[in-house]
Design a protein around this ligand. Structure first.
Ligand code: BGC
Length: 746
């Protein structure tokens, strides 16, 4: 009966729509009909071969990801599902789209995707730096800028955000994510999805987001890229999956399956993660695209004997679209005919792809307007967002005796400026910089000259190269240091030292840079070290020589301006580390939310302290903040109750500044051991000099105090908990729920 009614409604709906549409227009082309109805109609009309093409992705234009060499595709079939689009203007897209619309039997538009990671042309800081802003609203704005530039240039879909929790700085891709913490990464994942997608995917300034790389890619052994990852189900659930769940809840339309082998089952043929968790439990109704060639690579990983077998495994596990390796194109139809892949699964995958295309409005508006670049790229308001992100991302790691800001007393100090970043401004763009141009990065030297004009004498000397043995400029550097009042060292990494396939065995600065720091310190002058890099560095050997250390990361197009502002005091730094800085490589992996030791006072390194050099959340300001008492609205709470924690923070210094308050929870014991403390909430507020503000955390027990077991079932236990903020701790009790170690029912 219910079925009958439904089909009656469907028929009636179609009739209504048919009345409004031009005669002869099939329902899938009728913009007035609901998406699901249009999808069903189109699906019914498609042949198996047409369906397989919809599940295939190729490239259009010159591939700008040097890690990926693709098979030349002679001529792209008009019925292709998706293309990676490397151009900056809509023309090539529109020409290809016209072929799809006019030459394919059903006129299904192509979906154009691209890696818009931290900007399309207006490049913002790398994501790891963006997370140091702790400003989700600003990160959301940054993604909205990327979305607008990309969509107006012909891109419908970005392969971003990258939300792999990473705790090993050797892994170059740590730069692409939001750091070491699952909660913070989840918060930024949701912000990024909101920024890219907005509320209306058909808008000409929004793109579909892609959560990647699903899942556990950040656990790459010893930081090497593409390798095996050993991840227990427990760790999968409590560390690697939470950002993805948050991204799916925020409405992300696509997910990319990862390269890594997850404890014996590659991420790209993992039915547990892709189908059971993502699609069934989380109800994800968009589609999964494989990473580049990740289906074929299942063969290399030893998960399939040949590409056909790899296609079968990946597809049946839940990868809907095959990126570039053409395994689906070549084998899927045959696999269906042989009964190794079901037609239901094919329809499910195609439905998902079509759904996203309809949601993006591609059937109704397949072409991109040809607006001049000046009207869509590098707009002043877009640059302003990138600049703010870069300013707020800067972390003041050390500032002995208030050395910074410089030149504030009118004495016009002599500053010797040197280091490999001088004249290498392109390195500030960071990796994965889409259409960003190194020539458009605001030069460091120019920024410093403008910032200190009339306030200080700047002397620029060479110093040393990024790496290698060339010490020929050391002598001149030391002399300049001797003459100067302060030495400013501009150092760090080249942009291609982090990112995909950019692993470093050691996270220390190269020996030549370390040597120059020691050399100039011999002159006895205060030393300021400014760093641009794409990973947490091991600074233990150089830290004693530096009176101040400023982590500027790779700021993108704003280049030298934000850090110049911090050095002069125009900008009061407010960034805090989203990732732990080890003392040295030997401490890796090191992260704040580790589980407890059996012998907490023992088991330390004999040669170095076991603590990090700069912990997660570390970051100084030019003002000082005093934290008042930590207050709880009650000392006991039931599973359904609410509890508010509050703390008043006062800006006790002489200048305005922003403070990030991070709220942690600790559960001293539990049936499944938990991290020492877990971030559960954070908030950033601007406080004027002398101002006090109250920060609060509304604790909702199931959301904030529960934990997951190794199959993702959430549970909350009775007993003692602590809320921790800036070293202050308050105890409360959860009662009326299950006791620890009572069997759980789920
Ligand atoms: C990377 C992905 C990227 C894809 C497409 C792969 O090599 O792992 O992050 O989205 O290429 O360029």
């Amino acid at each position: 009966m219910k079925k009958l009614l439904l089909s009656a409604c469907f028929l009636w709906g179609s009739c209504l729509a048919a009345q409004t549409a031009a005669p002869g227009i099939p329902p899938y082309q009728n913009a007035a009909l609901p998406v699901e109805q249009r999808v069903d109609d189109l699906l019914d009309r498609m042949t198996l071969e047409e369906k397989v093409l919809q599940l295939s992705q190729q490239t259009l234009g010159l591939n700008d990801n040097e890690n990926n060499v693709n098979e030349a595709v002679g001529s792209i079939p008009a019925g292709i599902g998706s293309l990676i689009y490397y151009e900056e203007d809509p023309a090539a897209r529109n020409a290809m789209q016209r072929r799809a619309m006019e030459n394919s039997r059903l006129g299904i538009p192509v979906l154009f995707g691209y890696d818009v990671i931290h900007g399309f042309r207006t490049i913002s800081p790398i994501p790891l730096a963006q997370a140091c802003t702790w400003n989700t609203a600003l990160v959301e704005q940054g993604c909205a800028v990327s979305a607008a530039e990309a969509r107006r240039s012909g891109v419908d879909w970005t392969f971003s955000p990258m939300i792999d929790v990473a705790r090993d700085g050797r892994w170059g891709r740590i730069s692409e994510g939001y750091g070491e913490d699952p909660y913070a990464t989840a918060a930024f994942a949701a912000a990024a999805v909101r920024g890219y997608q907005g509320n209306d995917l058909t808008a000409p300034d929004r793109v579909a987001a892609c959560l990647k790389h699903f899942v556990g890619y950040g656990a790459s052994e010893a930081g090497r890229d593409y390798v095996y990852t050993e991840i227990s189900r427990q760790t999968l659930w409590d560390t690697y999956l939470p950002p993805y769940e948050a991204g799916v809840r925020a409405g992300a339309q696509t997910v990319m399956s990862s390269f890594n082998d997850i404890s014996g089952t590659p991420g790209s043929c993992n039915a547990y993660t892709l189908t059971e968790v993502l699609k069934e439990r989380w109800g994800f109704d968009g589609f999964v695209v494989s990473d580049w060639d990740a289906v074929a690579q299942i063969v290399a990983q030893g998960g399939a004997a040949d590409r056909k077998e790899a296609a079968r495994r990946a597809f049946n596990a839940g990868v809907d679209m095959d990126m570039t390796d053409r395994c689906y194109e070549h084998h899927l139809a045959r696999l269906v005919r042989e009964g190794k892949v079901s037609m239901d699964r094919v329809n499910d995958a195609v439905r998902r792809v079509l759904r996203v295309k309809f949601r993006l409005g591609l059937f109704d508006r397949p072409y991109t307007d040809n607006t001049p670049q000046a009207e869509r790229l590098l707009l002043p308001e877009s640059r302003a967002v990138a600049e703010r992100l870069a300013e707020e991302a800067i972390v003041l790691l050390k500032n002995e005796h208030g050395l910074l800001p410089l030149a504030t007393d009118g004495s016009r100090p002599d500053i010797a400026v040197m280091g490999p970043l001088l004249g290498a401004d392109g390195e500030l763009l960071g990796n994965w910089s889409a259409h960003g141009r190194t020539s458009e990065v605001y030069p460091l030297r120019k920024a410093l000259e403008e910032e200190f004009a009339g306030k200080a004498e700047l002397h620029f000397v060479e110093g040393c190269p990024f790496d290698g043995q060339d010490r020929s400029a050391f002598m001149a550097a030391r002399k300049a240091a001797k003459r100067a009042d302060v030495v400013l060292l501009l150092m760090g990494e080249r942009r291609k030292w982090s990112g995909e396939n950019c692993v470093r065995a050691a996270v220390e600065l190269p020996a030549i840079q370390e040597a120059l720091i020691a050399e100039v310190k011999k002159a006895g002058k205060p030393v300021v070290l400014v760093l641009a890099n794409g990973r947490p560095l091991g600074l233990e050997r150089v830290e004693p020589f530096c009176d101040a250390i400023v982590e500027m990361w790779q700021p993108g197009l704003p280049g030298g301006r934000p850090v110049a502002g911090v050095l002069s005091g125009r900008v009061n730094p407010s960034g805090k580390l989203s990732v732990t800085f080890p003392r040295s490589t030997g401490q890796i992996p090191i992260y704040y939310n580790r589980r407890k030791s059996a012998r907490p006072t023992l088991g330390k390194y004999q040669d170095i302290p076991s603590t990090p050099l700069y912990g997660f959340g570390h970051g100084l300001s030019y003002t000082t903040f005093a934290y008042g008492d930590l207050r709880l609205s009650a000392d006991s709470i039931g599973p359904e109750g609410k509890l508010t924690a509050e703390i008043t923070v006062t800006n006790t210094g002489k200048r305005d500044g922003a403070e990030v308050v991070q709220w942690f929870v600790s559960d001293p014991f539990c049936r499944i051991t938990r991290p020492e403390r877990e971030l559960k909430h954070f908030e950033k507020q601007m406080l004027r000099a002398g101002e006090s503000r109250t920060f609060s955390f509304e604790i909702s027990p199931m959301r904030d105090l529960s934990f997951v077991d190794d199959d993702g079932h959430r549970f909350l236990e009775n007993g003692e908990f602590f809320v921790i903020v800036n070293g202050k701790k308050a105890r409360f009790v959860v009662s009326d729920g299950p006791s620890p170690f009572e069997p759980l029912s789920h």
